[in-house]
Design a protein around this ligand. Structure first.
Ligand code: ATP
Ligand code: MG
Length: 569
């Protein structure tokens, strides 16, 4: 591709709404343009990276025995009613009507459509196992679309669905996808962990999330420093210790804490570690009840665990007026002593002694508080998020914590859809049985964005070779110089003939501007063709990832570049 004839609109400034590096750099490097909130156009340069990831995904899915198909974006409501999700899915499901008033939705995922296909086409166990996948545009009306392609409303996903008759075969299908995912993300050059997302009712773990380690990640994950255990923080179990708190040594004392509301503020004000404070959260449940939830000051609430304990559809932090009603004080001074509402606490609270609690009075706390003596708790449960330094729930190791971007998800569905939608086949005894399904997703755009989160510097993107939009950039320094032009054009033609993805910067720009753009768009190998090198019969080669500048002889340049590209794929 010739830069002068390409469309690669680089920008000096990031857009105001771009909070994270990948969003900033993808916009500045001319990869994406926003059309509406969470809806983007893929510009030519961005599309090339997307296609590279898709190609890797395709190759690995095909070699794992999955078969590619393509399903529609518009899904009839009728199918979604059969599965029960038309009512359940909530506002992320974008619903619409056609001119005949027939209801549809934009597919956010395709279990319904694929199950409909399979129930109509697959009649016998002899047609199994079956794994169908597509790479397709999804629509989810996300409440907070943000971070560019990381959390869009319209986005490209690879989704696969496996169908088996026997549990053991379904587990094999899952394992195959799990291994294929490992290969895919490895080939994309990503540093990732496969974490347990749900260790549950079925026994063992039949849901794994593939997390790219990056500060910008929306998910917290923990992994053990000595065994294989890794889990999403939402799911990570806490090892409960039986040890009880030390006996109280302090008397309860009311202390003035003017204007000090948050745990951090109160801890700093009283010069105590946050673990010596009790966090009292007033929450409201979906059945209108107000409940006090106690945690050690340095711990965070895990809402999923709380919901599991309390039941109902949701829990939310109570509104200011409700906090005032329940505690008699504004938010920031709540404590368990004297509360009339139900009190539940995390297990860690049981080990605390001589700590600080809110006094349920504006600008006051109590110090020297102790369980039983000063207040009672109705129920203790695992309610907190795991943190780095926690004991591993499986072995004697310690947990480390990371931020992660979920790029892929493998899930054993069981017969939830096949039963509700009546997808059955005849087994070898002629008996009709429901299929066992698995579903497997990869966010294509999110994977590209996550790669940038791991590969950049202050000047721009540093593409790993396997997903780089171009593999080699030729910076033609002075296009008016006949010798430079000729040498550049020759190298360009040779590389094209060798099947290298090459971008020839033949623009009428100053060298400084070319190098700046080259750094921003991050093509792995940059060859500079300038008068100085040519005098010696050489080109200058610089890897975007750093390292020494090397000289390449003109005669051997193309072959040498090809070898380097291949070595990095
Ligand atoms: P999240 O928790 O991030 O919303 P999810 O659990 O809803 O993800 P899945 O339904 O498992 O995601 O979808 C499969 C994959 O699709 C995810 O692993 C992710 O890579 C991608 N994905 C999901 N939602 C989005 C989105 N809004 N924008 C871009 N990619 C997405
Ligand atoms: Mg989601």
């Amino acid at each position: 591709m010739r830069y002068s004839q390409y469309l690669l609109p680089t920008l000096k400034e990031s857009p105001a709404d771009a909070e994270i590096i990948s969003h900033q750099l993808m916009t500045r490097a001319g990869m994406i343009r926003k059309v509406a909130a969470g809806i983007y156009s893929y510009m030519p340069f961005g599309l090339r990276a997307i296609r590279k990831v898709e190609q890797i995904v395709r190759e690995e899915m095909n070699s794992a025995g999955a078969i590619e198909c393509l399903m529609p974006m518009a899904n009839p409501a009728e199918l979604w009613r059969e599965s029960g999700r038309w009512e359940k899915y909530g506002k992320e499901l974008l619903r619409f009507k056609d001119r005949k008033e027939t209801e549809f939705c934009m597919g956010p995922t395709h279990e319904e459509v694929i199950t409909d296909i399979v129930r109509n086409v697959v009649k016998s166990y002899r047609q199994l196992p079956l794994n169908l996948y597509q790479i397709q545009t999804k629509f989810r009306d996300e409440i907070r679309p943000r971070f560019g392609l990381m959390r869009g409303r319209e986005f490209i996903m690879k989704d696969a669905y496996s169908f088996d008759l026997e549990e053991a075969d379904a587990d094999k299908a899952y394992e195959k996808m799990y291994q294929a995912y490992r290969r895919i993300f490895k080939r994309c050059g990503l540093n990732f962990r496969a974490v347990e997302a749900d260790s549950g009712a079925i026994g063992g773990s039949f849901s794994h999330e593939f997390m790219v380690l990056a500060e910008a990640g929306e998910d917290g994950i923990v992994s053990c420093d000595s065994c294989e255990y890794a889990a999403n923080i939402e799911k990570a179990e806490i090892r409960v210790t039986d040890s009880l708190a030390a006996a109280p040594t302090m008397a309860l004392e009311k202390v003035s804490t003017p204007g000090q509301k948050s745990i951090d503020e109160v801890a700093a004000f009283l010069k105590l570690p946050t673990a010596k404070l009790l966090k009292t959260l007033i929450v409201q449940t979906s059945n209108e009840e107000l409940i006090a939830v106690l945690l050690r000051g340095d711990h965070e609430l895990n809402e999923i665990k709380l919901l599991n304990l309390l039941g109902g559809d949701w829990v939310l932090l109570a509104e200011e007026a409700d906090v005032l009603r329940a505690t008699g004080a504004p938010t920031g001074f709540a404590g368990p002593r004297g509360l009339k509402i139900r009190i539940v606490a995390d297990h860690a609270v049981r080990q605390m002694s001589d700590f600080v609690i809110g006094a349920n009075e504006k600008d006051y706390h109590f110090s020297g508080a102790n369980l039983e003596r000063d207040f009672r708790v109705e129920t203790f449960a695992d309610l907190r998020q795991a943190v780095g330094g926690d004991d591993c729930p499986r072995c004697s190791g310690k947990l480390e914590s990371w931020r992660g971007v979920e790029v892929g998800h493998v899930f054993k569905l069981g017969s939830r859809y096949s039963e509700s939608m009546n997808a059955t086949v005849l087994d070898d005894q002629g008996q009709s049985r429901a299929l066992i399904m698995g579903c497997y997703g990869i966010g294509i755009g999110r994977t590209v964005a996550a790669s940038i989160e791991q590969n950049y510097d202050e000047n721009g993107i540093i593409w790993p070779m396997p997903i780089a939009p171009f593999q080699v950039l030729i910076a033609m320094l002075n296009p008016d110089d006949v010798e430079i032009r000729e040498a550049s054009e020759n190298l360009y033609a040779e590389l094209l003939a060798l099947g290298i993805d090459v971008l020839l910067d033949d623009r009428d720009e100053r060298p400084g501007a070319k190098f700046k753009d080259a750094d921003l768009i991050g093509i792995p190998l940059r060859v500079t063709v300038g008068a100085r090198g040519l005098k010696e019969g050489q080109f200058e080669l610089k890897a975007r990832a750093g390292g020494e500048v090397e000289m390449l002889s003109i005669a051997e340049a193309a072959a040498s570049l090809k070898a380097r590209v291949e070595a990095a794929l």
